[in-house]
Design a protein around this ligand. Structure first.
Ligand SMILES: [Zn+2]
Length: 324
């Protein structure tokens, strides 16, 4: 084995170790806040992860260099809208100007970049409403003023609650890699049915009835008919991806909105439904339309899933070879 490969392995091992450490620190903070507010830890995990996702795609929110919590407060919210010192960290003057910022770690300063101060401030804001799911839902609505955001956060909370841990990772290719299938990058191609529009995804051609699988851990957010997409399913994962599966021939048994899925969970099968009223099929060859979207806290946009599809496929093929 070459030295560079050894170094590389050391680096990968180190990164995995760092990741584990961060997850541990995060969980400790969420649990600490749970013991103070009686709001279960997984709500903190959900809010923090949502904010991490939003922060990663927004240019108007500064990146956080050091720290394990991603919750962001605008300076005017933290220090108070009329506070002449928008970087204020004095709890007294912040309070005077009606800012939200609180001192969570007891060091006498309310620092929005401090993990405990930020989490404690969020915790206090939420706990004004009550600690059960229904009151938290209202509190989240009051805070974010967006139904989609509330839905995403509550979905995340259910996933964290279900698994009881923060590290929930893995992917699968949407059809079994051993099935006969083909796809190429067609993102952005023109489509004409239903008005001029852009192709927002990758078409995976496969035979009618080939199983369609969840590509990630996530929650089923959408299931039903749409004139263009036919029978379709939408899955939201923890890492700011919404996965859209269209033209399904049908759904797997017991698949329902709100259900938690894992990489490889069969959600339906390949078909050619769509381009008409419910039940329309056969207007084009059977294929799975797979689209991916990201969210920045006020809008969603599509991105090309082709590269991650080919990566997941390669990964699965290699794993199959190893286990042979
Ligand atoms: Zn398509």
């Amino acid at each position: 084995m070459s030295i560079s490969l050894l170094l590389l392995q050391g680096k990968v091992y180190g990164e995995a170790n760092d990741k584990e450490k961060i997850y541990k620190k995060r969980m400790a903070l969420y649990k600490e806040m749970e013991s103070v507010t009686f709001i279960p830890w997984y709500y903190y995990a959900a809010i923090d992860q949502y904010e991490r996702n939003v922060r990663s795609v927004r240019r108007d929110i500064p990146k956080k260099q050091n720290g394990v919590i991603s919750i962001y407060f605008k300076p005017e919210m933290w220090s108070g809208p009329n506070n002449p010192n928008q970087g204020d960290s004095n709890p007294y003057t912040i309070g005077l100007f009606g800012g939200m910022g609180l001192d969570g770690n007891g060091d006498g300063s309310a620092d929005s970049n401090n993990d405990r101060d930020a989490l404690y401030t969020m915790a206090t804001t939420l706990s004004h409403f009550g600690t059960d799911r229904d009151h938290l839902k209202i509190a989240l609505w009051e805070y974010y003023q967006r139904a989609k955001t509330v839905e995403i956060i509550l979905g995340y909370a259910r996933i964290y609650h279900h698994y009881g841990r923060l590290q929930i990772e893995g992917n699968a290719f949407p059809v079994p890699v051993r099935s006969n299938h083909s796809y190429r990058s067609t993102f952005g191609d023109k489509r004409s049915f239903g008005g001029r529009r852009m192709h927002e995804g990758t078409d995976i051609f496969a035979a009618h009835g080939v199983p369609v699988r969840a590509t990630c851990y996530g929650i089923i957010e959408l299931k039903g008919w749409n004139r263009l997409g036919g029978w379709r399913i939408g899955i939201r994962d923890l890492n700011n991806n919404y996965h859209y599966y269209a033209h399904l021939g049908g759904f797997a048994k017991n698949i329902a909105i709100g259900q938690i899925v894992e990489p490889g969970t069969v959600i339906g099968f390949v078909g050619n439904t769509g381009y008409g009223p419910p039940g329309t099929a056969g207007k084009f060859p059977p294929h799975l339309h797979y689209g991916t979207y990201k969210d920045n806290g006020y809008m969603e946009w599509a991105y090309d899933p082709y590269y991650q599809l080919s990566f997941w496929e390669r990964q699965e093929r290699q794993a199959l070879k190893k286990n042979r």
